[in-house]
Design a protein around this ligand. Structure first.
Ligand SMILES: Cc1cc2nc3c(=O)[nH]c(=O)nc-3n(C[C@H](O)[C@H](O)[C@H](O)COP(=O)(O)OP(=O)(O)OC[C@H]3O[C@@H](n4cnc5c(N)ncnc54)[C@H](O)[C@@H]3O)c2cc1C
Length: 449
């Protein structure tokens, strides 16, 4: 067994890869991250990601404490309700969520771009932009060389695939792994939050995560994202002094164009969309959303009409099949690169963060001379694979994110919709069931190893 501190190569500066890089660096383990994007501001990342206790715990464990404080200060105002409404905005159910007084055990709303800027902070000397990974070679001594599209290469002791759903590392390492189309399409939009657009929403919807169970097989989710800075990027006068001091010193805000907004996303079975929907952008794409929601409340349609055309994005939803066990080595994977899941349970990023934290803990044991590198990778994979694919299955079964969901069948669809609405209505009105629903929400989103 070698107790040499490993040099780790991470492919992909996304949620999981950057969290791992922080965790390793704090532990004195040398790490480099290779990212295909050319700059830290590239990528369509303006949308909301919900980070639950699992994700926040990983961030707290991996990030330097002052950067974890910046993460907390850059989250949008936390949701206080989990609402279910119908397409006419009539409330079906509303579950009060816990106050956000705890740094970890809270449901948080983050903008993807803001989270990326937080995670890039302090890693400037570690992240190599404009380096697209193409292939790797494993040497007889276990070391791994990664090759890049620019003709360059890098060699390390461990190669971590954190390169997302279409992972080039996974395609080489586990060529039999199956990523497949889940059969649904999302259209994501962002509407600037102004007095006029806010007035289109009830107080509970303004302060909540709102699931829209529309009739006719079109679903939606709406989040109001309010940050501590204004439309010009200046800190709002009402924010507390500690947050103001943290954010004033944080360079990430200069790279982040995220502003207060309403995230409105709709989805349905792919059959309901025009064939070329994935090629459409801007007002043409917003028109598709409007055409699919003709029976929705005028306020929701008004929001679509006011959406920023540049924000409109079509997303083909993917999922993955469980991968049979493989022989662990000095290549491993985390996050979407191994267990791509639909957004049904909203835990893809949380699971990538959980993986990063688990792998970090294993690599600390290698650095301490308590385990060999391949044993640490094997122990990581033995825990990560079962929980990762359990989340893939749970996510596919939820909220109509599979194109085969009963919700999209002609007659069964109406029955399934009535059943789902009935479940939420009863659960929210019976105190014991309501408490259990909220407890289950947090325990699912707070699971740890
Ligand atoms: C509509 C939608 C809503 C979602 N909402 C939530 C939510 O509320 N909560 C939640 O937990 N999850 C959510 N998710 C899932 C979440 O976004 C992902 O699971 C998460 O971002 C995965 O993180 P990752 O680190 O594995 O990959 P990513 O964050 O995708 O990072 C991969 C990185 O690798 C880079 N890369 C790719 N190929 C290469 C290459 N060849 N060379 C170099 N770099 C490369 C990419 O540019 C990228 O930066 C949602 C997903 C969708 C589609």
């Amino acid at each position: 067994m070698t107790n040499r501190t490993p040099h780790v190569l991470i492919i992909g500066a996304g949620t999981g890869g950057l969290c791992l890089a922080h965790g390793l660096r704090r532990a004195g383990i040398s790490v480099e991250v290779y990212e295909r994007h050319r700059t830290r501001a590239d990528g369509l990342l303006g949308y909301r990601v919900g980070i639950g206790p699992t994700g926040s715990r990983a961030l707290r464990d991996c990030l330097p404490p002052e950067l974890f404080a910046v993460y907390l200060a850059t989250c949008a105002r936390s949701p206080r309700y989990f609402n279910v409404v119908d397409q006419r905005l009539r409330p079906t159910a509303s579950f009060p969520l816990r106050p956000d007084t705890h740094p970890v055990d809270t449901e948080r709303s983050v903008a993807r771009m803001t989270l990326r800027q937080v995670l890039l902070t302090g890693l400037e000397d570690v992240v190599r932009f404009d380096r697209t990974f193409t292939r790797y070679e494993q040497h007889d001594d276990g070391r791994v060389t990664a090759h890049f599209a620019d003709g360059g290469s890098a060699t390390g002791d461990l190669l971590v695939a954190a390169d997302g759903t279409h992972s080039a590392v996974r395609r080489q390492y586990l060529p039999h792994a199956v990523i497949r189309d889940a059969g649904t399409i999302n259209i994501a939009t962002r509407i600037p939050l102004t007095d006029d657009t806010r007035a289109l929403l009830s107080p509970a919807v303004q302060r909540g995560i709102t699931l829209i169970f529309g009739s006719g097989g079109v679903m939606g989710v709406l989040h109001v994202m309010e940050f501590k800075w204004d439309a010009e990027g200046r800190l709002k006068p009402e924010i507390d002094r500690a947050d103001a001091a943290l954010l004033a010193d944080w360079p990430g805000l200069r790279h982040d164009s995220t502003r207060d907004n309403i995230n409105l996303v709709i989805w349905s079975t792919a059959r309901r969309f025009p064939e070329d929907v994935l090629d459409r952008r801007g007002s043409e794409l917003i028109q598709v959303a409007l055409d699919l929601t003709t029976n929705w409340h005028p306020h929701l349609r008004e929001l679509f009409s006011r959406a920023d055309p540049d924000s409109a994005l079509p997303i083909r939803v993917s999922t993955s099949e469980p991968v049979p066990p493989w022989q662990s080595s000095t290549v491993t994977l985390l996050g979407d690169a191994i267990h791509t899941m639909t957004p049904g349970r909203g835990v893809g990023a949380n699971t990538a963060l959980r993986d990063a934290n688990l792998l970090r803990r294993q690599l600390l044991l290698v650095a301490a001379g308590e385990k060999s590198l391949t044993q640490a990778v094997a122990d990581y994979e033995a825990v990560m694979v079962p929980y990762g694919f359990a989340r893939v299955a749970d996510s596919l079964a939820r909220s109509g994110t599979s194109g085969d969901d009963r919700m999209y069948k002609p007659v069964f669809g109406r029955v399934a919709l009535l059943g789902a609405r009935g479940y939420f209505r009863v659960t929210s009105r019976v105190p014991r069931l309501r408490r259990k629903f909220v407890d289950d929400f947090y325990s699912y989103r707070g699971e740890e190893d």
